[in-house]
Design a protein around this ligand. Structure first.
Ligand SMILES: Nc1ncnc2c1ncn2[C@@H]1O[C@H](COP(=O)(O)OP(=O)(O)OP(=O)(O)O)[C@@H](O)[C@H]1O
Length: 639
C-alpha cells in the first residue's frame, strides 16, 4: 500500500529571505563559488556520518565508501551534487535550509552597503552556504535521507529562492543528500564538465573525500566528414586529489590551497594571517596544521566560545572544537590535528586525561608562540604588519596566558606590546623598553588606567616625565590582572607607578629625598588634619615627590586592588575586600599651600574634599558624591 504524502509550504526566516533576495538580485562577480559552498556542505555531511558511525557502524548501511558526486544533465539543465553522508530528516531540512545558524552571517549582513557591486564582491569572499546555489539556479530541489532511517523517510525540499519552500516525504533508498540545481539560462556553462572540473580544482581540491564525475571520452564521428565529440561514459572518475590537505608535504600545497582550506574549516571569510604545518615525530606522533586568523570572532570573550581545532585520528574525523588541544588563551587558533596515537573512539572525557593530548597541547602552544615570535621579529614590513593586526585583534587574549601558562610566561611577555609615554601607538615591547632604560633605572614602570587619555595624562606620571623616564601605558581591562603575574621581565622587576610609595632609586637625587623628608616633617599637622577630614575615603595621607603640576593623586597600597580591578571582579560576581586609596599630596603645589594656610578655618573641609575628588577625577573615576563635589567647587569659586 503506497502512502500518500502531502506537500507542505513553509516560509523562510526573515534573514534568509533577505539573503536570498540579495543573492538573486545582485550581479555576480564570482558565481562559481556556489560549487565550493555545496561541496563543503557535502564534505561536512560525510564527516558527520563518519563520526556518528564510530559507535554505530550500521549507519554505513551497505555503502561504506564516502564520496561526493557531481552529475550534469544537459537536457534537464541540472547540475546535481550528491553525497552519501549523514543526510537530513524532514525536520532537519526545514530547520537547516530555512534558517541561518551560521555565526558570521549577522556580521556579514551588517556589512552590506546596498551597492550591488560591492555587495556582490563581498558575497564572493564570504559565501552564503547553501543559499549560494541560487546564484546559478532559479530552482533548487534537495532530496535527502538521514543515515539509519528507512527509505520511506526521505524528504524532498524545493524552492525557487523567493519567500517560501515546500517539503514532502519521499522514498529514497540512497542515504545522504542530492542538491539539484535547475540552472538559470545565464549559468549554463556549468553544464560543461570541463568547466566544472576547473572550478572544483580551484576551490575544493583540499577536500579529503573523492569528488567524482562521470568520465568523458572523445569519440570520433561514426560517419566521415562529421565532427567527433565528447561523450559521457558510465564510469566514475575522481577529479580532485582526494587526500587530506594536511597529509600532503608542505611543498605540494600552495598558499591559495591553504587559504581555501582555512576558509573551509573556519567559516571565516578573511584569509588567515599565518599558518604552521608540521609533522611531529617522537613519543607522540601527530600532524599539526594551525592557522592564525586575521579577525577576532564575535564570541571570543564568551564563556562558551568554541575552540577551532578539529581532531582527526589517522585521517578519520573525530570531533570539532577539541579544546583540550590548546590552552584557553590560544582559543582563537583554527586548524587540524591528526593523531597517530589516540584511539578512534576517544571521547572528550578521555582526551582530558590523555598524556598524548598534553604533549600535543604543549607542541601546539610552542608552535603558535614561535610563529608569532617570527612575525614579530621579522625584518619584512608585511610580516610586521601581520603581527600588528594579530596584536590588535588578539593581544588582550594573549595576555590571559601570563596567568594561565606559567611555563611559557617569558615567551608570551616577549610578544606583548604597549603604548608608552614615548609612543602613542601600541608598539613598545618590553625588550625595547629595557634596551632604552637609562643607567640607574632598576624597574620597568607601568600605569594601568580606564582609557588611554586617563593613563597618558595621569598625575602619577609627572615626575617620570620630568626625569625623562618612560612609563608603559596599559589600558586593556585585563592588563592589571595579567601583569600581576609578570613580576619581572628578563631579570628586571615590573613596577606599577600607582602602587606603593614612589621610589626611583638612583634616579632620584639625595637632595630631593631630603627635601621631601623635611616637607613631611613640617607638614605633619596638615597631614594629620587631612587624615581626620578624609578618614572615610582615604586609608592614609602622605607627602609625595612624584607630582610636579598636580596638587594630589591617589595610589594603592602595594598589595591592594586598583579600583578598576575591584570593579571587574565585582562584575564577575566575586567578593572584593574594600580597600581605600592613599592620598598623596604635592607639598610644592599652591593649592596645598593654601590648604595649609586655611588649616583651622571653615574652608579647610571643602578644600580637602575637593582635592580628594579631583584626584579621583584624574583617574577617570567619578567622585562618590558628584553633587556635593560641584556644590563645594562652586562655593570655593564664589568665595
Ligand atoms: N549536503 C548536506 N547534507 C546534510 N546536511 C546539509 C547538507 N547541506 C546543508 N546541510 C545542513 O544545512 C545547514 C545549513 O547549511 P549552510 O551551508 O547554509 O550553512 P553551514 O553549512 O552551517 O555554514 P557554511 O556554509 O559556512 O559551512 C548545514 O549546517 C547542515 O546542517
Amino acid at each position: 500500500m503506497s502512502k500518500v504524502h502531502s506537500t507542505q509550504t513553509h516560509h523562510f526566516q526573515a534573514e534568509v529571505a533577505q539573503l536570498l533576495h540579495l543573492v538573486t538580485h545582485s550581479l555576480y562577480s564570482n558565481p562559481e563559488i556556489f560549487l565550493r559552498e555545496l561541496i563543503s556542505n557535502a564534505s561536512d555531511a560525510c564527516d558527520k556520518l563518519r563520526f556518528e558511525a564510530l559507535n554505530q557502524s550500521e549507519l554505513y548501511e551497505s555503502d561504506p565508501d564516502l564520496a561526493i558526486r557531481i552529475t550534469l544533465d544537459k537536457s534537464k539543465k541540472t547540475l546535481t551534487i550528491t553525497d552519501n553522508g549523514i543526510g537530513m530528516s524532514e525536520q532537519e531540512a526545514i530547520d537547516h535550509l530555512g534558517t541561518i545558524a551560521k555565526s558570521g552571517t549577522k556580521d556579514f549582513m551588517s556589512r552590506l552597503s546596498g551597492d550591488q557591486k560591492t555587495d556582490a564582491q563581498l558575497i564572493g569572499q564570504f559565501g552564503v552556504g547553501f543559499y549560494s546555489g541560487f546564484i546559478v539556479a532559479d530552482k533548487i530541489t534537495v532530496e535527502s535521507r538521514r543515515a539509519g532511517v528507512p527509505a520511506a523517510d526521505g524528504v524532498r525540499w524545493v524552492s525557487n529562492g523567493t519567500g517560501d519552500f515546500t517539503v514532502e516525504r519521499i522514498d529514497r533508498p540512497a542515504r545522504g543528500t542530492s542538491v539539484i540545481l535547475h540552472l538559470r539560462e545565464d549559468a549554463e556553462q556549468y553544464l560543461n564538465a570541463w568547466q566544472v572540473k576547473q572550478v572544483v580544482n580551484k576551490y575544493s581540491d583540499h577536500i579529503s573525500l573523492p569528488i567524482q564525475m562521470l568520465k568523458e571520452v572523445w569519440q570520433d564521428a561514426k560517419e566521415e566528414n562529421q565532427p567527433g565529440q565528447m561523450v559521457t561514459t558510465d564510469e566514475w572518475e575522481t577529479i580532485n586529489s582526494a587526500s587530506a590537505l594536511w597529509t600532503r608535504p608542505k611543498k605540494d600545497v600552495s598558499d591559495e590551497q591553504y587559504t581555501e582550506f582555512y576558509k573551509h574549516i573556519s567559516h571565516d571569510f578573511h584569509a588567515p594571517l599565518a599558518w604552521t604545518h608540521n609533522r611531529v615525530e617522537g613519543a607522540t606522533e601527530y600532524t599539526q596544521l594551525l592557522f592564525i586568523p586575521a579577525k577576532a570572532p564575535q564570541d571570543l570573550y564568551y564563556r562558551d566560545s568554541q575552540s577551532g581545532l578539529k581532531l582527526y585520528v589517522k585521517r578519520v574525523f573525530i570531533m570539532d572544537s577539541a579544546e583540550q588541544l590548546l590552552p584557553n588563551y590560544l582559543r582563537f587558533i583554527k586548524g587540524v590535528i591528526d593523531s597517530a596515537d589516540l584511539p578512534l573512539n576517544v571521547s572528550r572525557e578521555l582526551l582530558q586525561e590523555s598524556r598524548d593530548v598534553r604533549a600535543i597541547r604543549e607542541g601546539n602552544t610552542r608552535r603558535i608562540l614561535s610563529t608569532l615570535e617570527q612575525l614579530a621579529s621579522s625584518e619584512n614590513t608585511a610580516e610586521q604588519e601581520k603581527f600588528a593586526t594579530f596584536y590588535a585583534e588578539f593581544g588582550a587574549v594573549l595576555k590571559e596566558g601570563l596567568g594561565e601558562d606559567t611555563s611559557n610566561r617569558d615567551k608570551i611577555a616577549k610578544l606583548l606590546r604597549f603604548a608608552s609615554t614615548n609612543s602613542d601607538s601600541v608598539t613598545r615591547s618590553l625588550t625595547d623598553y629595557k634596551a632604552a632604560m637609562p643607567e640607574g633605572q632598576t624597574a620597568i614602570y607601568y600605569i594601568t588606567a580606564e582609557n588611554f587619555a586617563a593613563a597618558k595624562n595621569s598625575p602619577q606620571l609627572e615626575l617620570f616625565r620630568k626625569k625623562g623616564i618612560e612609563v608603559l601605558l596599559m589600558t586593556d581591562r585585563i592588563d592589571e590582572w595579567a601583569l600581576g603575574f609578570l613580576t619581572e621581565f628578563d631579570g628586571t622587576p615590573l613596577q606599577s607607578v600607582t602602587k606603593g610609595a614612589v621610589d626611583l632609586g638612583a634616579l632620584q637625587d639625595d637632595e630631593e629625598k631630603k627635601a621631601a623628608e623635611a616637607a613631611a616633617e613640617q607638614l605633619k599637622p596638615l597631614l594629620e588634619q587631612l587624615q581626620e577630614t578624609l578618614k572615610d575615603k582615604a586609608k592614609a595621607v602622605r607627602i609625595t615627590t612624584r607630582l610636579v603640576d598636580s596638587p594630589a593623586c591617589l595610589v594603592q597600597d602595594q598589595n591592594d586592588l586598583s579600583p578598576q580591578l575591584a570593579k571587574m571582579f565585582k562584575q564577575m560576581g566575586q567578593d572584593v575586600p574594600e580597600s581605600k586609596p592613599i592620598l598623596e599630596i604635592n607639598p610644592e603645589h599652591a593649592l596645598v599651600k593654601r590648604l595649609e594656610s586655611q588649616a583651622r578655618t571653615a574652608k579647610f573641609d571643602d578644600l580637602a574634599q575637593v582635592i580628594f575628588d579631583q584626584a579621583m577625577l584624574a583617574e577617570g573615576e567619578v567622585p562618590a558624591d558628584p553633587v556635593a563635589y560641584l556644590r563645594r567647587v562652586n562655593a570655593l569659586l564664589l568665595g
